[in-house]
Ligand binder design. Structure first.
Ligand SMILES: *[C@@H]1O[C@H](CO)[C@@H](O)[C@H](O)[C@H]1NC(C)=O
Ligand SMILES: *[C@@H]1O[C@H](CO)[C@@H](O)[C@H](O)[C@H]1NC(C)=O
Length: 580
């Protein structure tokens, strides 16, 4: 296998691949060292190597490697020697941080007092405690010597998701910031937003995460909503005034670089024109594309990066087979050929929020400009994505010019964004959800109803999707929608709580059938920490704190039964021994 991988990676370098690499670094994003280390599988996770710090400047390391590989091994370095080389020139990941505890953390934020169930309240306190272990501050050496790191220097400390995700992530930060604001950690939330605004100033958009190998793709654009959350908590107009031009710059990026016209409408998509393997998942990309022609290879590598940009990496949602159908395998990922219903709902909400910011700052002309964009967006979503017969909004396939009717929670994203023209559409969407078959699972709403082995599919349930669904339902007036919202919140909190009791950990995703079982599948092991899970749990505990329960009555009664049985058994045994 290693040999095969090596040959294909050599082919990559020889033939050359069109377009730009994921970043310009000849160590972290392309070149012989990256290819040799990843294809020799020195580390379990490809992300490990590209997160390491250089002990010498890149040109020194490149020269040393050229000499080392050519003179000694004629281009093919055995893994043990390669490992020695890596030990000599690289430090392990994580050395770029200095110790930091959020100074605005304090132990009794008010929302805790509003949680009625005592178990849940104590647990919420522990989740609130986790911010301290997930906080990071990048050392100034990264600013002074950026060439030695893949970590992008950002000046303010921040909260990471956790596990292998050792840097700031774009859409994760939305739920993290909402959690921080409940925890009354306004300064930390402020710093995270400043970091992301700074990234827009530097790159023209927010990269997927805080590493140079992410710098040519984004993630679902939640920055405007982060600023809104912060503004709602602080009413700081000065902050809003400074942030607004940067938010507009990001909005323009999405409209110029991530949009497509369908008849008279303009809608958004994920699209990344970078065709080399992802440095952090190098061997996965290489293996998946090894049998393909050059053109097919370039296309698939771009589509995989667009999948990463969507946040749903990976999912059968993005599959299109040769006949244009929404089936296939990972190698049939065609993310850029979709107009996703959740991305367009989010863009609509961004347009509404930007209009409201301009109103707050008394700029009525600019507000009118964004209100016009909202009107256009509503018309586009209704014409292209809404399906009156089924009562939901579906992703649009640009190859076949038709909608895809599989179930995903994202089919209700316009409910969450409140981007539809008639209240009846929201009610129809509730009926769609009830009839979808997605509500039959005890531990959350699955990401799809297909078990593809990918992590954004059945049986995994993800915190941001639960939150958007619950929050959307809770905005619909009918008692039915309200009850459903609460019921889903109760299921999700119980799932998170049961897993916490079992593992003393919060996970990035859960299994809808596990009663506290973490999710699985995809390219890496399930991660703990976990930023957005904590943020979503705290938000639900805040929203429904007066009525949510831990369901611990069942737990304690079964525990009681167990203890009674043990006691009986011991009694039996002791009688037995007495007789002996
Ligand atoms: C190149 O490799 C040779 C043989 O191992 C060694 O003696 C020499 O110092 C190396 N030169 C550089 C620039 O690393
Ligand atoms: C967006 O597209 C424009 C025009 O095609 C291009 O010049 C610009 O570099 C792109 N921006 C980014 C940030 O990729």
């Amino acid at each position: 296998m290693q040999r095969v991988l090596w040959c294909f990676s050599a082919a990559f370098l020889l033939v050359g691949v069109n377009g730009l690499p994921p970043c310009d670094s000849e160590i972290y994003c392309n070149g012989n060292i990256l290819s040799a280390v990843q294809t020799s599988r020195l580390f379990d996770d490809d992300k490990y190597f590209v997160d390491m710090k250089l002990k010498a400047p890149p040109d020194v390391v490149l020269l040393a490697y050229r000499n080392f590989s050519k003179e000694m091994f004629y281009g093919r370095v055995p893994p043990t020697k390669l490992q020695e080389f890596v030990n000599l020139y690289f430090d392990k990941p994580g050395t770029e941080f200095e110790p930091w505890t959020p100074p605005d953390w304090h132990d009794k934020p008010k929302f805790l007092g509003r949680i009625a169930d005592q178990n849940l309240r104590l647990w919420a306190e522990e989740i609130h405690n986790l911010w301290k272990s997930l906080g990071r501050k990048i050392s100034t050496d990264v600013n002074d010597h950026p060439e030695l790191y893949s970590q992008i220097y950002i000046p303010y400390p921040f909260v990471v998701p956790g596990g292998r995700f050792r840097e700031i992530y774009y859409w994760d930060s939305y739920w993290i910031i909402n959690g921080l604001l409940l925890s009354e950690m306004t300064d930390t939330a402020y710093g995270m937003i400043q970091n992301l605004l700074g990234l827009v100033n530097r790159y023209g958009f927010v990269p997927n995460g805080g590493r140079i190998y992410y710098e040519r793709r984004s993630q679902p654009p939640f920055l405007t909503l982060m600023v809104d959350s912060y503004y709602q908590a602080t009413k700081d107009k000065n902050f809003l005034r400074k942030a607004l031009p940067v938010l507009e710059q990001e909005y323009n990026f999405w409209m110029q670089n991530r949009s497509v016209a369908v008849s008279e409408h303009i809608l958004n998509r994920y699209h990344v024109e970078i065709s080399m393997p992802r440095p952090e998942s190098y061997t996965d990309d290489l293996e998946l594309t090894e049998e393909l022609s050059n053109d097919e290879k370039n296309q698939l590598l771009m589509e995989l990066k667009a999948g990463a940009e969507s946040g749903w990496d990976f999912s059968s949602r993005w599959y299109i087979d040769g006949d244009g159908n929404n089936i296939g395998t990972l190698s049939e990922t065609r993310t850029s050929q979709f107009l996703p219903s959740d991305l367009n709902a989010l863009m609509c909400l961004n347009e509404k929020t930007l209009a409201s910011f301009h109103m707050i700052l008394d700029d009525f002309e600019s507000a009118a400009r964004f209100n016009l964009a909202v009107d256009r967006r509503l018309a586009a979503i209704e014409s292209v994505l809404w399906d009156a017969e089924r009562g939901a909004w579906f992703d649009y396939n640009l190859m076949t010019h038709s909608k895809h009717f599989e179930f995903y929670p994202s089919n209700l994203a316009p409910v969450w964004a409140e981007c539809y023209s008639k209240p009846a559409m929201g009610e129809k969407a509730v009926q769609y959800l009830k009839a979808s078959g997605a509500l039959q699972f005890p531990n959350g709403v699955p990401t799809s109803l297909r078990q593809s082995g990918q992590q954004w599919d059945y049986p995994n349930a993800w915190p941001p999707l639960q939150h958007m669904l619950i929050s959307g339902l809770s905005k619909i007036q009918s008692a039915e929608a309200q009850e459903l919202a609460f019921d889903l919140a109760q299921r999700w909190i119980r799932t998170n709580w049961l897993a916490y009791v079992k593992y003393e950990a919060m996970f990035e995703k859960y299994d809808v059938n596990g009663d506290g079982k973490p999710g699985g599948g995809g390219e890496y092991e399930v991660q703990l920490g976990f930023g957005w899970t904590n943020g979503v749990a705290l938000q639900l505990l805040d929203q429904y704190g007066s009525s949510l329960t831990s369901g611990s009555h069942q737990v304690s009664s079964s525990l009681l039964l167990f203890l009674v049985l043990v006691a009986l058994l011991m009694l039996q045994c002791s009688q037995h021994y007495d007789r002996v």
